[in-house]
Design a protein around this ligand. Sequence first.
Ligand SMILES: *[C@@H]1O[C@H](CO)[C@@H](O)[C@H](O)[C@H]1NC(C)=O
Ligand SMILES: *[C@@H]1O[C@H](CO)[C@@H](O)[C@H](O)[C@H]1NC(C)=O
Ligand SMILES: *[C@@H]1O[C@H](CO)[C@@H](O)[C@H](O)[C@H]1NC(C)=O
Ligand SMILES: *[C@@H]1O[C@H](CO)[C@@H](O)[C@H](O)[C@H]1NC(C)=O
Length: 333
Amino acid sequence: MSLSLTTILSLNLLLLLVNVNSSTMDPYKTLNLILNPNGTVTRLETYPQSPPSPDPNLPTPALSKDLTINQSKHTWARIYLPHKSPKSKLPLIVFYHGGGFIFYSAASTYFHNFCANLANQTQSVVVSLDYRLAPEHRLPAAYDDSVEVLHWIKTSKDPWLTRHVDYSRCYLMGESAGGNIAYNAGLRAASIVNEIKPVNIKGLILIQPFFGGTKRTPSELRLEKDLNLPLIVTDSMWNLSLPLGVDRDYVYSNPTVNGGGKILDKIRLFGWKVAVFGCDGDQLVDRQRELVKLLEGKSVNVVGQFYSGGRHGIFVGDASMSEKVFDLVKSFY
Ligand SMILES: *[C@@H]1O[C@H](CO)[C@@H](O)[C@H](O)[C@H]1NC(C)=O
Ligand SMILES: *[C@@H]1O[C@H](CO)[C@@H](O)[C@H](O)[C@H]1NC(C)=O
Ligand SMILES: *[C@@H]1O[C@H](CO)[C@@H](O)[C@H](O)[C@H]1NC(C)=O
Ligand SMILES: *[C@@H]1O[C@H](CO)[C@@H](O)[C@H](O)[C@H]1NC(C)=O
């Protein structure tokens, strides 16, 4: 088996190192975390990070800079602006990174590169949120942050936003756990559309979103021991990120409970476009197909983009698959 550099840099590094055969079922061990006596955790893996690059003379795909969202929560965002700003204003993409709610940041090279290319290739301003991670901050902390950034965008006087953003064309996008966050941020935003004006959401782009449930799906069983994303890893991530005392059939992890909720009717009425990306080599694929079916049943304008083969993480980790996402975004515009 040969591993490309992209693969090495991706979440797969973590997942190849985890103790898949752990019989202890200790979620901290499985995820290579140490639980400290004072309640904090130490993450034993580190991932490459990239600094922001605001210098227009550097040959980057897009300019970037970091701005504080809420100091008391240590949340911030990395903002991306295409190099040649056209005269007309650009759509805005709010991006939520992946990592099982537990790992990575908006500064991770893996997501930084994706967002810079996304900004350039789709000619969008991208706001990539560094939300609070579990298990220090269990859900709904990340959802709270994911909506707080929309309020921040509304009030921010930063010139990259005020000069270059068409607030009437806003999309929420996320990958893996970030796809789950984008979906839940969308549900929350749909109930407060007047509060976040002029920020106007037009769609959700969910890339291999991380969802779960107690009853195993065929793809979870088929790919249970898949080294790329074994079931024990996703189980552990839920155990450390869901609120204490709930199981995977909670609404945060399983969007099909309660038939998806009444808010989906609003999303249909608003005419939001929803795209769900997935591939057969990902144990999560059946949950992603279920979500598409749920939204279709609600007559939401949803498109499923499913591919054969592949693996979890391929749409960020593999440039040719990232193109599929960029093409979809351009078709939405
Ligand atoms: C997750 O939590 C459940 C309930 O406490 C437990 O039965 C299960 O073994 C845990 N799984 C992992 C992988 O930690
Ligand atoms: C908690 O313990 C860890 C590991 O010993 C240490 O690095 C960290 O600073 C401590 N944090 C607090 C808030 O005491
Ligand atoms: C920006 O995107 C265009 C295609 O839209 C591409 O031709 C160009 O190489 C990209 N620039 C960089 C620096 O990646
Ligand atoms: C920042 O977070 C704190 C703590 O949750 C909250 O009380 C405050 O309202 C937030 N500030 C803003 C500007 O949203």
